[in-house]
Design a protein around this ligand. Structure first.
Ligand code: PMP
Length: 404
């Protein structure tokens, strides 16, 4: 792989900040976009702009075939059985809301919903809303001291026969990787409906929803080199087909009269209204971009960079790492001594270094770590060893400024 050529595909990375070249270590919040994604969206607006599914004219048929082709791409990308199992949403948040809302009729008072303590708020709050309305009970799955899902506690909780188990594939705050294949197998053996939040996984790992065997798998386009405003809800056909639509209106119907409405079949039944067409097309370009990368080499490179980042941070001293393991994916969480994470982030920004500081939309996780927040450095395919070196150099100067 020609790394400089790969990096040159990301125009945003070519800028300077405060006189420093931009060092972007916030890919877990949103990735930068390669030119092919930007071009695909521009091309749609320049040439093919029309609504999908609706008209007999050629522009609409061009837009529709591009839109539907991305559904086929996604089927291959995550190894779904059927194209109808892929639903376009606006992001992971909407996907999980659709599932939690759509399961309402299947959940009763007293049912248990298990949620990973490392979950993002998007994988907590929709379940809380479902619990509020149905009388179901939320139970967190605790973590071990080293921030892995506590499998002993999980086993004990599964004995209570939960109705739903919501897991993250990769934690956005820590980068820890859940062994989802066997966690899902255990949940299914206990009779639960399973959802895996793959927002932080799809850009880094090969995802096979049939191997994971979850009922639902959700992710966002913008964290996998695609545009914002587009997400995916994968659902096993049989259970997806029973999901009550959260949104109703045009496109999701077969017939409408003032007496009654008959809903459409999948996937249209869960895609009410005009979808984000340009964003779907951009996502298609992002998938192609990922699929054109040399898989093994890219994964090995990212893993080496992450290990290097973890080691460099440890060697710096006065750094507390959270849940750092060698099989983590894409991110490192840390604090500098007792300094406030926000102060560290602002001082790094003054040297052109972009990291995320805060609770990372994972307040229950922060509570379990007994911290208010932390800094997170996260990487993507375009991250270089020089980026890590510059970050460590800048953090060294921040440390000298704050601690000496
Ligand atoms: N889950 C995880 C693990 C995430 O990292 C994010 C984004 N930070 C979300 C859910 C929510 O994704 P979105 O904001 O794209 O809906």
């Amino acid at each position: 792989m020609d790394f400089p050529q790969l990096r040159a595909q990301f125009p945003t990375l070519e800028q300077t900040l405060e006189g420093y070249p931009l060092c972007y270590l916030d890919t877990a919040a949103t990735s930068q976009k390669p030119k092919c994604v930007i071009d695909a969206m521009t091309q749609y607006y320049h040439k093919d702009n029309a609504n999908v599914h609706r008209a007999a004219h050629q522009l609409s048929s061009r837009a529709t075939s591009q839109y539907e082709a991305v559904r086929d791409q996604l089927k291959g990308f995550i190894k779904a059985r059927r194209r109808e199992e892929i639903i376009f949403t606006h992001g992971t948040t909407e996907s999980i809301n659709m599932v939690a809302h759509g399961l309402m009729n299947q959940i009763q008072a007293g049912d248990i919903i298990l949620i990973d303590t490392a979950a993002h708020h998007a994988n907590i709050v929709p379940w809380q809303e479902l619990a509020k309305r149905s009388g179901a009970i939320i139970k967190p799955i605790p973590l071990t001291e080293d921030c892995r899902l506590d499998e002993q506690a999980y086993k004990a909780l599964l004995k209570q026969k939960p109705a739903i188990v919501a897991l993250c594939h990769v934690s956005n705050a820590l980068g820890t990787l859940n062994p989802v294949n066997h966690l899902v197998a255990k949940a299914k053996a206990a009779g639960a409906i399973t959802l895996v939040d793959g927002a932080q996984a799809v850009a880094h790992l090969e995802v096979d929803v049939q191997a994971i065997d979850c009922d639902f798998y959700v992710f966002s386009g913008h964290k996998m080199y695609g545009p914002t405003g587009i997400g995916v809800l994968y659902g096993h056909f049989d259970i997806l087909d029973k999901l009550e639509p959260m949104m109703t209106g045009g496109e999701m119907i077969k017939t409408v009269s003032f007496d009654t409405t008959e809903f459409n079949i999948l996937p249209n039944r869960l895609e009410a209204g005009t979808p984000p067409i340009a964003e779907v097309i951009g996502l298609g370009a992002a998938i192609e971009f990922i699929q054109n990368l040399p898989k093994a080499e890219t994964a090995q490179r990212e893993q080496q960079l992450l290990t290097y980042l973890q080691t460099q941070l440890t060697d710096l001293g006065n750094i507390k790492l959270y849940g750092a393991h060698e099989n983590n994916i894409g991110a490192v969480a840390f604090n500098l001594a007792d300094e406030h994470h926000q102060d560290v982030g602002i001082l790094l920004d003054q040297q052109g270094i972009a990291v995320r500081c805060g609770h990372h939309c994972a307040m229950p996780l922060m509570q379990s770590l007994a911290i208010k927040g932390c800094c997170r450095a996260s990487i993507g395919v375009y991250t270089s060893k020089e980026d890590i070196d510059r970050f460590i150099e800048a953090l060294t100067s921040v440390k000298e400024m704050l601690l000496d």
